[in-house]
Design a protein around this ligand. Structure first.
Ligand SMILES: Cc1cc2nc3c(=O)[nH]c(=O)nc-3n(C[C@H](O)[C@H](O)[C@H](O)COP(=O)(O)OP(=O)(O)OC[C@H]3O[C@@H](n4cnc5c(N)ncnc54)[C@H](O)[C@@H]3O)c2cc1C
Length: 426
């Protein structure tokens, strides 16, 4: 083992939730180490903005730097054992962390659903398009269609339009009445409402079509056309870039490995963000998709609790409850319509790592049987892409998670044994 670290509190994930947890525990005097596989702290929303992070991000990152918490960027946590022992890989070397308390703040990922043509070049996730733009890629002049579901479609369409792409349409699968109801409920969060209006203005000439979804994409060496439908009629649009995402799915692999109770894909937590495993806390998107404000609040509650501080301040608890109510409204307004299940054809790849088409899968199977018989979900992404699609299509829940939780080298797994360097204290 290249390095062993002992800490009072370990935090996995350096997004808003992890940063708030690490800061709160370190400011309470605990030795804290925070690990993230990304090259810098900030998570999905802030880490790409190295040059000009928003004010809120700057405030938290400065507080993190002053807090004394040790930050291990580029550290992928592959295994976690009760107690708590983490095995991570960083720069090709293994790192072992032992901590009295653990906070999981592993965020969420995009949900992809298969449809004919979804594997064509230039069909990308909405989050991937956003990451490309944030990393400086030029999509100027591209004829873009943004489709799928959820609020994330708006910032992505706005960013594409601002970068010079021609946004043809933003197709939201949720019914217009649901979207309107959700927008109306935002009067209690004026910041969100103003932000949504700004995004809408940015891609204004393009239509925002609720109750509309992608039926198929066609092309040759890349996508050329996309077929859309509103359930009554179907039409075709020329398109050079199709960005599709059907909301977010909590990343719960490490929580599963450690035996936490999980319901409807979300880690169950109490009012202190403690999971069903004593000493193990969870904050942010793995406990439910509620956005950055809720992630920051839950991170603070979890960090304080992991540091052994008494219950959360009443104001934080109130904000947390507001965040959870927002999450429930979000989930119900953007619930996936059943028509999306009928899109894949027999030849449509469902597991693209292992090239498994729909025709090889039987509805009466379980996720485990599909793995055994076809290898669906056993490729390099380990079901991160197809797992939620299979659950949506067939109702198959992924029942087992085995280490490594993220791809790491065999050398790291081998070095994860008991021999190696003595511990470094944080
Ligand atoms: C693709 C995508 C794009 C988004 N875009 C927007 C947007 O434009 N606007 C907006 O308001 N919200 C956006 N969101 C939602 C927003 O990111 C979240 O609301 C917010 O970041 C939640 O913070 P978090 O700390 O819970 O999770 P995250 O910010 O996702 O942080 C989780 C962190 O955990 C790390 N991690 C996970 N597993 C491991 C592991 N095994 N080992 C090491 N590190 C690990 C990840 O690298 C990540 O940095 C987006 C979400 C996604 C998934």
């Amino acid at each position: 083992v290249a390095e062993r670290i002992e800490a009072d509190v370990a935090v996995v994930g350096a997004g808003p939730a992890g940063i708030a947890a690490a800061v709160s525990a370190a400011e309470a005097g605990r030795r804290v180490v925070m690990l993230d596989e990304g090259p810098r702290s900030g998570g999905q929303i802030w880490r790409h903005r190295a040059g000009r992070p928003p004010r809120e991000a700057r405030r938290w990152l400065e507080r993190l730097a002053r807090s004394g918490a040790r930050v291990l960027a580029g550290a992928s946590v592959a295994d976690a054992e009760p107690g708590f022992e983490l095995l991570a890989e960083r720069g090709g070397e293994s790192v072992r962390v032992r901590a009295g308390r653990l906070v999981l703040a592993t965020g969420a990922r995009e949900r992809f659903l298969p449809f004919p043509g979804w594997t064509l070049p230039n069909v990308v996730g909405v989050g991937a398009a956003q990451a490309l733009l944030k990393s400086g890629a030029s999509l100027a002049g591209a004829r873009a269609v943004v489709a799928g579901s959820g609020p994330l479609l708006l910032p992505v369409a706005a960013a594409l339009a601002r970068s010079g792409a021609r946004v043809e349409i933003v197709a939201e699968q949720a019914r217009a009445a649901s979207v309107r109801g959700f927008a109306a409920s935002l009067w209690r969060s004026p910041t969100r409402l103003v932000q949504a209006a700004r995004y809408r203005l940015a891609f204004r000439p393009a239509r925002y079509a609720a109750g509309t979804w992608v039926e198929r994409a066609e092309g040759d060496d890349r996508v050329r056309e996309v077929w859309l439908t509103d359930g009554l009629r179907r039409w075709k649009l020329a398109c050079g870039l199709l960005c599709v995402g059907y909301g977010l799915v909590p990343s719960t692999e490490l929580a599963c490995l450690l035996g936490c109770s999980i319901e409807d894909g979300e880690v169950m937590v109490d009012s202190r963000q403690e999971t069903s495993v004593a000493g193990l806390f969870c904050a942010g998107e793995p406990a439910g998709i509620a956005g950055v404000e809720a992630a920051l609040v839950e991170g603070q509650i979890a960090g304080r609790a992991a540091a052994g501080r008494p219950g959360a301040a009443a104001s934080l608890s109130r904000k947390r409850d507001r965040g959870r109510r927002f999450a429930r409204r979000l989930a119900s307004a953007f619930a996936l319509r059943s028509e999306l299940r009928d899109l894949p054809e027999p030849g449509t790849l469902v597991c693209r790592c292992e090239d498994v088409p729909l025709s090889r899968l039987r509805p009466e199977w379980s996720a485990r049987q599909a793995k055994l018989y076809t290898r669906a979900g056993m490729g390099p992404c380990q079901g991160r892409v197809c797992g939620s699609a299979l659950e949506f299509l067939f109702g198959w829940k992924s029942d087992t998670v085995r280490p490594p939780a993220v791809p790491v080298s065999l050398a790291t797994l081998r070095q994860g044994g008991p021999d190696g360097a003595g511990p470094t204290e944080v």
